[in-house]
Structures are given as structure tokens and as C-alpha cells.
Design a protein around this ligand. Structure first.
Ligand code: ZN
Length: 185
């Protein structure tokens, strides 16, 4: 469970990232976000077979390593479902951007919330009626689409007004639509 104050804080953090980066097109390219943050992204295929096996056992999708203030994200490039990788990388971006220093259940929930909001901001789902096709329009896995869907439902029930950033992204999609998935891969 994420409390409303935490949700609000995470949403504003994701907004800040997009504004700092000048990122307005959806679906967003998570690898571009990491590059902009100066965070190296290393595929599991760069490891020797035995080490790769151990890593995959511990973290099947992705993990974050920190050396001092430098972060590095490792991801399983053997997974063919790119939509799943997008969520895993967005989750790690959440840990970095929110300044998490340890793995706690609350930090995991927060990183998931961040990833859902970054990949499919619920104002877009609400304003554009993307309730049933959020997975295809935002190029998400079913699991991530469920996160985004749940976030949208909670926000809808809260009746909290959209921020100016949220109004801007809703208007942007209305004007220019979403990128084709081939442009995101
Ligand atoms: Zn995590």
C-alpha cells in the first residue's frame, strides 16, 4: 500500500525527471533516460556463462549496483519480451531518481509506482480513455499495464485535479498522438 502523500511525492519526482530531460513523447524510451542520467546499462550477456547464471538466479530481469554515488543498471537482454524489460529498467530508474539506498519493501513499492507513472502516467489513461488498451498504446507488459491501471483507478477515485505538467502531457498526446512502438525499441 502506498499512501496518498507518497504517491504525490513520487508523481512529482517523475514529472521533474521528464521536465529536466525535456521528455514529452510517449511511449518513453527508458534507455534514453538512463543515458541522460549518466547511468551505464550493461546486458547480462556481457558476463561469462556461470556468472550470468548466478546473476539470473538472483535477479531474473534487472538489478542496480551502486559504487559510491555512481549507479549502474544491469539487465537481462536474453528476455525477448521488451515490454517486460522496459518496466524493469524504469523500476531501477525509480530507485536511482528517488535516491533509494537500500532494498526495503517500501522502496520496492515506490519504485514500482514510479515505473508505472513514468511509463504510463495515469492522467493519460483517464483523459484519453486508454483503460483497455494501455498495454498496447504505451507498450507495456500486462503486469505493468495492471500497475498503471490500478494507479489510474486510485487517482480517479481521489478526484485530485491534474497538475500543469499532467495537463500538458494530456494535451500533447491529443495533439500529436503516441509514437509507434517500432520507434521505442
Ligand atoms: Zn527494486
Amino acid at each position: 500500500m502506498i499512501f496518498p502523500a507518497d504517491r504525490y511525492y513520487i508523481e512529482r519526482a517523475a514529472e521533474q525527471l521528464m521536465e529536466d530531460m525535456g521528455l514529452w513523447r510517449y511511449p518513453i524510451k527508458v534507455m534514453d533516460v538512463l543515458q541522460w542520467m549518466g547511468v551505464p546499462l550493461t546486458p547480462y550477456s556481457s558476463f561469462e556463462k556461470q556468472e550470468r547464471g548466478e546473476i539470473m538466479q538472483a535477479s531474473p530481469d534487472a538489478f542496480l549496483a551502486m559504487r559510491g554515488s555512481q549507479s549502474e543498471v544491469f539487465y537481462n537482454d536474453g528476455i525477448c519480451r521488451c515490454t517486460r524489460i522496459r518496466f524493469s529498467i524504469a523500476h531501477e530508474i525509480g530507485h536511482i531518481w528517488l535516491g533509494h539506498r537500500e532494498q526495503t519493501p517500501k522502496n520496492e513499492r515506490s519504485a514500482n509506482y514510479f515505473a508505472g507513472y513514468l511509463l504510463a502516467p495515469h492522467p493519460l489513461i483517464i483523459a484519453h480513455g486508454l483503460w483497455s488498451d494501455v498495454a498496447t498504446s504505451m507498450w507495456l507488459s500486462e503486469r505493468c499495464a495492471k500497475f498503471a491501471h490500478d494507479q489510474a483507478k486510485a487517482r480517479w477515485a481521489e478526484k485530485r485535479p491534474f497538475t500543469s505538467h499532467e495537463r500538458a502531457i494530456v494535451g500533447m498526446i491529443r495533439e500529436i498522438g503516441v509514437l509507434p512502438c517500432s520507434a521505442v525499441a
